[in-house]
Design a protein around this ligand. Structure first.
Ligand code: ZN
Ligand code: ZN
Length: 417
C-alpha cells in the first residue's frame, strides 16, 4: 500500500515552499533589525508546562494537545505554541540575570489536534517575538511595530491594530464577577461551550463567534473597570501608537484564547483582506514566568501563523524576487572551464550546469525547460578562444564574447530585451 502523509499533516512544495521561506526570512531579518535574537526550542515539553501557562480550561489544553507518555513514563506534549517554552527556558537558564529586556524571536512548528479544514493543519509553523523583563508600554508598542514592519515587507497593506486591555489580578476578578452576573441573565442564549465556560472562563465568551453582537454590546467592558495601573498603561500604549503613526482601534471583545495574558492584548488585521481575520496576535503576560515558578518578570510578544500568511500572499499574487537563471551548456571535455564560469557568475545569477554535457543543441532545449533566462554555451570554438557564447532565451539574440566581458555582456543582453 502506498504510504501517504498523516491526516492533518502536509508537505509544503513548490511555490508554497518558496513563499514559506520568504516569510521566514523577512520575519527574521525585521526582528533582527530591531535587536531581537534567535532562540531555538525543543518541540516536546512536559505536558504540565502548558496546563500551567495556557490554562487547563482553554480549548488548546482541554481538547487540542498532542500528549503522550514516553517509555520512561513521562507525560509529554508536542508544543501547541511557543511562548510557554520561551518562559520555561527563561527560568531554567536564569536569563533574568542577562541584560533585560531580553529580546528574542523564534520560528518553528507547533501542533494542535484540531479538525483539519482549509488552511488548518495539525502541524503548523509560527514565528514570534518576545520582549521579557520590562513593564514599559513602549515595548508593547515595539512588538506591534515589529509585526507591522514584517507585514509591510510582505507587501500587505491597510494594516490596523485591534487593541484591548484585559486588566490584571487587581482589577480582573471584580470584572469577572460583573460579567458572570450579566451573562447569567442570558444563560439560555449562550452556546453549549459558553454555558460551560460561564464560571470557569467567562472572558472567553466575549470572543465566541456564536453569541450575538447585541448580547455582547449589552455586557460590561473590561476597559471600564481597569485599576489605575492598568488604565495608565493602556492609555500610554494608545498614546505611543498615535505618536508613532500606527493605526489602531479598541475592541472590548478581544480577549485572545490563552489564560496567561494580562493588560494589553492585540491583533493585527488588514482592511484590504477584511478586518475579521487576524493576521497575527499577541499581548502582555506579566504573570506567566512567576506562575511557572520563576521570579516575577513581565513580558510581551506576538505570534503569527505562517500558513495563514502564505494564503494571503498567494491571493495577492506576491512574487518572490529571484535572481535570473543562467544555464551552462558545454562539451563534456570543457567541464573545468564551465565550472570556473559557474563560480564567477554565481554571485549575480542562479547558475545550473547542464548535467549531461553531451550535445549543445539538446542542452539549449533543456535550458528552456528549466526556465533559464540566459544560456552560456561553451563549445570547442569558445574554449579555444577563452570565450563564451551567450544566448537570451526570450529574444533569441546571441553573442560570442571574451571571458572577461561575459558579465557585462550578459547584463546588456538582458537589458536589450
Ligand atoms: Zn489592573
Ligand atoms: Zn459561545
Amino acid at each position: 500500500m502506498e504510504i501517504k502523509t498523516v491526516k492533518g499533516f502536509k508537505d509544503i512544495l513548490g511555490e508554497e515552499a518558496t513563499l514559506f521561506e520568504e516569510i521566514e526570512n523577512k520575519a527574521k531579518s525585521v526582528a533582527q533589525s530591531f535587536g531581537y535574537q534567535p532562540i531555538i526550542l525543543p518541540t516536546v515539553e512536559q505536558s504540565e508546562l502548558f496546563d500551567r501557562s495556557i490554562g487547563n480550561t482553554t480549548d488548546i489544553v482541554e481538547k487540542e494537545m498532542f500528549t503522550f507518555e514516553d517509555k520512561g513514563g513521562r507525560i509529554l506534549a508536542l508544543r501547541p505554541e511557543m511562548t510557554a517554552s520561551v518562559a520555561r527556558s527563561f527560568i531554567e537558564h536564569h536569563l533574568e540575570t542577562s541584560a533585560l529586556p531580553l529580546k528574542i524571536y523564534y520560528f518553528g512548528q507547533c501542533f494542535r489536534y484540531e479538525n483539519p479544514q482549509k488552511g488548518r493543519y495539525r502541524e503548523f509553523y509560527q514565528f514570534g517575538i518576545e520582549a521579557i523583563g520590562d513593564i514599559s508600554p513602549v515595548l508593547d508598542v515595539e512588538v506591534i511595530q515589529v509585526a507591522f514592519e514584517i507585514l509591510r515587507h510582505l507587501g500587505i497593506k491597510d494594516l490596523k491594530v485591534k487593541l484591548n486591555s484585559i486588566g490584571c489580578r487587581t482589577c480582573r476578578p471584580n470584572y469577572k464577577n460583573l460579567l458572570i452576573e450579566a451573562l447569567k441573565i442570558h444563560y439560555d442564549e449562550l452556546c453549549n461551550d459558553c454555558k460551560k465556560r460561564l464560571y470557569k472562563n467567562p472572558l472567553r465568551i466575549l470572543d465566541c463567534k456564536k453569541e450575538s453582537q447585541e448580547l455582547k454590546k449589552s455586557l460590561p467592558k473590561m476597559v471600564d473597570y481597569l485599576c489605575t495601573d492598568c488604565r495608565t498603561h493602556f492609555e500610554k500604549v494608545k498614546t505611543i501608537l498615535t505618536q508613532l503613526g500606527i493605526p489602531f482601534e479598541c475592541d472590548p471583545n478581544l480577549v485572545r484564547g490563552l489564560d496567561y495574558y494580562s493588560k494589553t492584548v492585540f491583533e493585527v488585521v488588514s482592511l484590504e483582506l477584511g478586518a475579521q481575520n487576524a493576521l497575527l496576535g499577541g499581548g502582555r503576560y506579566d504573570y506567566l514566568i512567576e506562575d511557572l515558578g520563576g521570579r516575577s518578570t513581565p513580558g510581551v510578544g506576538f505570534a503569527m501563523g505562517i500558513e495563514r500568511l502564505i494564503e494571503v500572499l498567494k491571493k495577492r499574487n506576491y512574487t518572490v524576487n529571484k535572481l535570473p537563471k543562467v544555464y551552462i551548456v558545454y562539451d563534456q571535455q570543457f567541464i573545468t572551464f564551465a565550472n570556473e564560469i559557474r563560480e564567477i557568475i554565481s554571485k549575480e545569477y542562479v547558475v545550473e550546469l547542464d548535467p549531461k554535457g553531451d550535445n549543445i543543441k539538446k542542452g539549449v532545449e533543456r535550458a528552456s525547460k528549466r526556465g533559464a533566462l540566459l544560456v552560456f554555451i561553451i563549445g570547442e570554438n569558445e574554449a579555444n578562444n577563452n570565450a563564451i557564447t551567450i544566448k537570451n532565451m526570450k529574444s533569441g539574440k546571441q553573442i560570442t564574447v571574451k571571458r572577461e566581458e561575459m558579465l557585462k555582456s550578459a547584463k546588456e543582453l538582458i537589458e536589450d530585451d
